[in-house]
Design a protein around this ligand. Structure first.
Ligand SMILES: Nc1ncnc2c1ncn2[C@@H]1O[C@H](COP(=O)(O)OP(=O)(O)OP(=O)(O)O)[C@@H](O)[C@H]1O
Ligand SMILES: [Mg+2]
Length: 384
């Protein structure tokens, strides 16, 4: 896939700006707070329809304006080699966004998925290793919606059921000691069934994706660490923790999901929230069998995140048959020359890459030679 151009209108600190991408690599250089990450965020939005920086469209629209717009053209290469695709997303300070794909307004927004696939890598991604489980679930979701757009629909439905179920649990009356007064299990049953059915489908898809991602991540990890350390990725769904073989059977998995809900019934009523399901899943990264989260050094954690990102890139390429875009926000200068070069070797010219930086001096000369370099200054992009 190749993003050939993007046009921003009243988006973040951009009033009106067009950018034409003319090389496989584009470096966006500028001082702090000029709009480098904002541009990457616009690409992220038309790719996965979410920004990792905000969940409110109001923040994305330029201050003082009612709406903002991102317009982009994307080429898909062989085998499907379509004519250029056109996307226009209109964001509103209040109200829903609208998305137009090739001239047609999408009735279901999620149908945009697959138009532009991306892998993001920013300095924040160290949180993937260091942060809480929610970071890893978000990461997994972001990858899965690109691998199989059906996953996005399932996730959306699961979220709805979860919210309804939580509302019911929250409303339950409790006595002074915080214990539930009435037994909610009858009214919860209908939600339990839906939660387990949808949850099972999410869990199985997560397990499958991690199964395919792991060997790729291991290969990259071996290469970057010089085979010194072994990486293991361990998926731990909040149901069926002990028997991975259950994942092959949706019936067994669903039964154990419902069983787990039963076990946690009192705890759920006391806490007033759902405690079982993919929204509670965890993924462990182990380096030489020790959790990277607690014991990994900075360097080990960086190597791990870089391996995961490269694995995502190759997995999407493999599954979709089109290379995704790579978005590198502020991260390249943080890698030492060896890791920079590993990354360069990995992406070659196959993956279109957008890179932000405050200083070109941090880059290997090789990168600079083959790149389009754009300067970002106060919401304007200056082409050379
Ligand atoms: N809705 C908005 N309307 C107008 N300006 C905005 C809006 N949202 C953010 N900004 C401005 O955008 C700027 C931040 O842009 P961005 O995050 O892209 O910076 P950056 O160039 O990536 O900087 P850094 O090098 O620090 O990461 C800030 O000055 C901020 O005030
Ligand atoms: Mg930035």
């Amino acid at each position: 896939m190749f993003l050939t151009s993007i046009h921003l209108r009243q988006f973040r600190n951009y009033a009106e700006q067009s950018v034409a991408f003319s090389a496989p690599k584009t470096i966006l250089v500028g001082e702090n707070a000029q709009g480098k990450s904002n541009l990457l965020e616009a690409v992220e939005l038309i790719s996965v329809m979410k920004s990792h920086r905000t969940s409110r469209d109001r923040d994305l629209v330029q201050d003082g304006h009612a709406q903002g717009q991102i317009t982009a053209t994307i080429d898909h290469g062989p085998p499907e080699a379509t004519a250029a695709m056109g996307v226009r997303m209109t964001l509103r300070a209040s109200g829903r966004r609208t998305t137009v794909l090739n001239g047609e307004t999408l009735r279901r927004q999620l149908d945009l998925l697959g138009t532009l696939n991306t892998v993001q890598f920013s300095s924040l991604d160290l949180e993937l290793v260091r942060g809480g489980p929610a970071h890893r679930r978000d990461w997994l979701n972001g990858l899965l919606v690109q691998l199989e757009p059906l996953y996005a629909h399932l996730l959306q439905q699961y979220g709805k059921v979860l919210r309804q179920r939580n509302a019911l649990l929250r409303k339950a009356d409790k006595d002074e000691s915080g214990l539930p007064i009435q037994d909610l299990s009858a009214s919860l049953a209908v939600w339990d069934a839906q939660l387990a059915a949808l949850g099972t489908r999410l869990i199985r898809r997560r397990a499958r994706a991690l199964e395919r991602l792991t060997p790729l991540a291991q290969q990259w990890h071996e290469q970057i660490s010089g085979s010194r350390e072994a990486l293991r990725i361990c998926y731990r769904p909040s149901v069926a923790r002990e028997q991975p073989e259950q994942w092959d059977s949706p019936e067994l998995l669903q039964a154990s999901f419902l069983e787990k809900i039963k076990q946690r019934a009192i705890a759920e009523q006391v806490n007033g929230t759902s405690l079982v399901g993919p929204h509670r899943d965890e993924v462990d990264f182990l380096i030489d069998e020790t959790p990277a989260r607690q014991y990994g050094s900075q360097g080990q954690q960086r190597t791990l995140v870089l391996s995961l990102k490269l694995a995502e890139l190759t997995l999407i390429d493999e599954v979709i048959g089109q290379p995704p875009l790579l978005l590198l926000d502020d991260v390249l200068a943080e890698l030492d020359l060896n890791r920079q070069n590993q990354l360069l070797d990995a992406i070659q010219t196959r993956f279109q890459t957008l890179i932000t930086t405050t200083h070109l001096s941090a880059f290997d000369a090789q990168w600079l030679k083959s790149s389009q370099i754009l300067t970002v200054e106060a919401g304007k992009i200056i082409m050379p």
